[in-house]
Ligand binder design. Structure first.
Ligand code: ZN
Length: 207
């Protein structure tokens, strides 16, 4: 089992390799590694990230087969089946670090802000369920002066949504609360920059 703090260091080092273009994909996703993992896995971190095609989790952290337990959903929201997936990795594989990974220019956040400013009728119920989960963390921002500065509004909304997901996941279930209190489970929030490729960990970092 890899402690959360060490897992975090592995992710930060991997992201630096990705940004500096010094990764070696053959070693981490080659045939030998695949065969080695065929009968078991021990991912060192769980990443709950956005589905955006520009944020493929293993690539931006320069990790390979068997390294990360990845959950992706538009807007990196927290819903029961996603909480269950985090519980599964923590209980089955002893995964102790969970990262909520949002990103700059997130379409789910922009769509939610647009929906709040100009409600669209006939939105599908399924899509609305995502908007409804993002809404509480971003709608307060529309009452501030950020409402007139779109880039700043989106920037703040992305971060507010990540912080809300971190908080919701920490209290998402008795199992998770228990693991946090007694087994070193750590939930942190991070934002990936589409422009620079850098992942900034900014919420809930261990001391
Ligand atoms: Zn997104």
């Amino acid at each position: 089992m890899i402690p959360a703090r060490d897992a975090l260091t592995l992710l930060q080092e991997g992201n630096r390799r990705f940004v500096s273009e010094t990764s070696n994909r053959d070693a981490i996703a080659g045939r030998a590694r695949r065969l080695e993992l065929a009968s078991s896995q021990a991912p060192f971190a769980t990443i709950l990230g956005c589905s955006d095609s520009r944020v493929p989790v293993e690539i931006v952290f320069d990790q390979g087969l068997g390294d990360l337990f990845v959950i992706r959903v538009a807007g990196n929201i927290i819903a029961p089946s996603l909480i269950g997936s985090v519980e599964f990795a923590a209980e089955q594989f002893g995964t102790r670090l969970v990262v909520i990974l949002g990103h700059t220019q997130c379409g789910a956040i922009q769509g939610t802000l647009e929906q709040l400013q100009r409600p669209v009728e006939n939105q599908s119920r399924n899509l609305r369920s995502i908007v409804d989960l993002i809404r509480p963390s971003v709608e307060g921002l529309l009452a501030t002066k950020l409402a007139r500065d779109r880039p700043a509004l989106i920037h703040e909304a992305v971060r507010a949504n990540i912080r809300a997901s971190v908080k919701q996941l920490r209290h998402g279930s008795d199992v998770i609360e228990q693991l946090i209190q007694t087994a070193g489970l750590t939930v942190v929030g991070a934002e990936y920059s589409l422009e620079t490729g850098v992942v900034e960990f900014f919420d809930g970092m261990p001391e």
